[in-house]
Write a protein that binds this ligand. Structure first.
Ligand code: EPZ
Length: 430
């Protein structure tokens, strides 16, 4: 089983290029099937989640040509099946974006019902509520969500919780519904805006994305488009925190600094220097890290997808910090692993109380999910001695060439597949 072997202690120094946003790519790839014309999408990250979604699309007859590592051409004029098999949804929840896309285009779709996952229960009642409001019948049979209708009709939809997934799914279906749809209490994340911009580039009429009221005038057809996905806010934030935790100096390039404001604000608060330019952010960490309090919130609040990374940093800060997770109920699972590295953290319900320690020590640990996995790697980079991270398949779901980018910043990290490779790494790093 592949693992990351890490020898901690090197400050990360240098420049790193951020790739396309995974969570925007998942929505945009799915939406690309809503036209019969060819769509060209650039800046698609080459990560497991996008690749599995592409396979799910191919399984129903979508033709996907990879022009280069980050550019795909999609033609969905020969879709022969409106059912997305269980295998795909098990590997990647976001296959359910094909529900909104297929329902919008063909008025019918069947997708396996996603279960809970490592970060919580993750219900999809708001997606279903939205589809029903547009006039679709939705039923759950034999583990499938089956949705169909003769006619989709615009409606006024109030989401009971701010949900990225429901906003995206309902926006896609409403794009091709007759008449006007209003989505209230919509998610405002950058990837929601990116999807709306992409759909508009295909001829949709969507206004207000990025605010909590999205207004959509349905169109009867969408056309081909060429589109470039925005940079990944969370990949960028992860490298920013890696710089902070390792006492480094990293220029994080190809970003939209506005999307990183909540992350930059917390780094400043704990004593890092953050310099913004047009499309880059430099993080310098030269002083002991200070403590702070954080609550995860929908955008523009501090992202839940950055919660483990900030906990790793606060675990090394002076004093006591409190981190409250308000989006997912089970997102502190990695704390046990971090405790094995010497962290002093008590979790009570959705709150972590963190007493800063002076250092972490290397240990054998397991990545419980994508972002926690990346955070544990960062902990390993700052730790004394060797850390071995298992289950890196989770990290590879969302970070392209993670260890290679870290190596380019001076980290001692390698991907190893056997005990022999691990021993070789240990000998090499001394
Ligand atoms: C998206 O998940 C992201 N995934 C997640 O990224 C991210 O953590 C999350 O948004 C929050 O920002 C993708 O974009 C593919 P939600 P999503 O619907 O859409 C509740 C990562 O690491 N809810 O905004 O599933 C839900 O339980 C990942 O890249 C309902 O109650 O999240 C949660 O408490 C992991 N009913 C809250 O809303 C619903 O119908 C927000 O979830 C839907 C959601």
């Amino acid at each position: 089983m592949e693992q990351y072997a890490i020898k901690g202690g090197n400050p990360l120094v240098g420049e790193v290029e951020i790739g396309g946003a995974k969570n925007a790519a998942l929505a945009i790839l799915a939406a690309a099937i809503m036209t019969d014309e060819t769509v060209l999408i650039e800046n698609v990250p080459d990560v497991r989640d996008t690749n599995v979604l592409i396979q799910a699309m191919e399984s129903i007859g979508v033709i996907v040509n990879r022009i280069d590592r980050h550019t795909v051409k999609i033609n969905a004029s020969h879709i022969h099946d409106l059912t997305i098999e269980d295998d795909y949804i098990k590997k990647i929840r976001a296959s359910y974006y094909l529900l909104g896309a297929l329902l919008g285009k063909y008025r019918k779709a069947e997708v396996s019902l996603p279960g809970g996952c490592n970060i919580g229960l993750r219900p999809i009642d708001q997606h279903i509520k939205g589809f029903r409001a547009l006039g679709a019948n939705v039923r759950i049979e034999h583990g499938l969500i089956i949705t169909e209708t003769e006619e989709l009709k615009g409606n006024h939809i109030y989401l009971d919780v701010v949900s990225v997934g429901a906003t995206i799914n309902v926006m896609m279906a409403a794009t091709m519904a007759a008449g006007k749809t209003t989505i209230e209490n919509a998610a405002k994340e950058p990837h929601v805006v990116d999807l709306a911009n992409f759909l508009n580039s295909m001829g949709a009429d969507i206004k207000g994305a990025g605010t909590d009221v999205i207004r959509i005038k349905g169109v009867s057809r969408l056309h081909g488009s060429e589109y470039t996905i925005i940079p990944d806010q969370i990949e960028a934030g992860t490298f920013m925190f890696a710089a902070a935790v390792t006492k480094g100096d990293v220029m994080v390039k190809n970003v939209i600094p506005k999307h990183l404001e909540s992350i930059s604000a917390k780094l400043l608060e704990i004593g890092c220097e953050v310099e913004e330019s047009d499309d880059a952010v430099r993080v310098v960490s030269s002083k002991p890290l200070g403590h702070t309090h954080v609550k995860t919130l929908p955008y523009p609040g501090f992202p839940t997808d950055m919660q483990p990374q900030i906990v790793v940093a606060l675990g090394l800060s002076l004093g006591t910090s409190i981190v409250t997770e308000s989006i997912f109920e089970n997102r502190f699972k990695y704390v046990d692993e971090l405790t094995r590295m010497g962290a002093s953290i008590k979790v009570e319900g959705n709150t972590a109380i963190i007493d800063g320690v002076t250092r972490y020590t290397g240990a054998s640990i397991t990545a419980p999910d994508l972002r926690a996995g990346a955070a544990l790697v960062i902990a390993g980079l700052s730790a004394e001695g060797i850390t071995v991270v298992d289950d890196i398949k989770f990290i590879e779901r969302g970070y392209e060439d993670f260890h290679i980018k870290l190596q380019s910043l001076g980290a001692q990290i390698e991907k190893v597949d056997t005990e022999r490779e691990l021993q070789k790494f240990k000998l090499k790093v001394g």
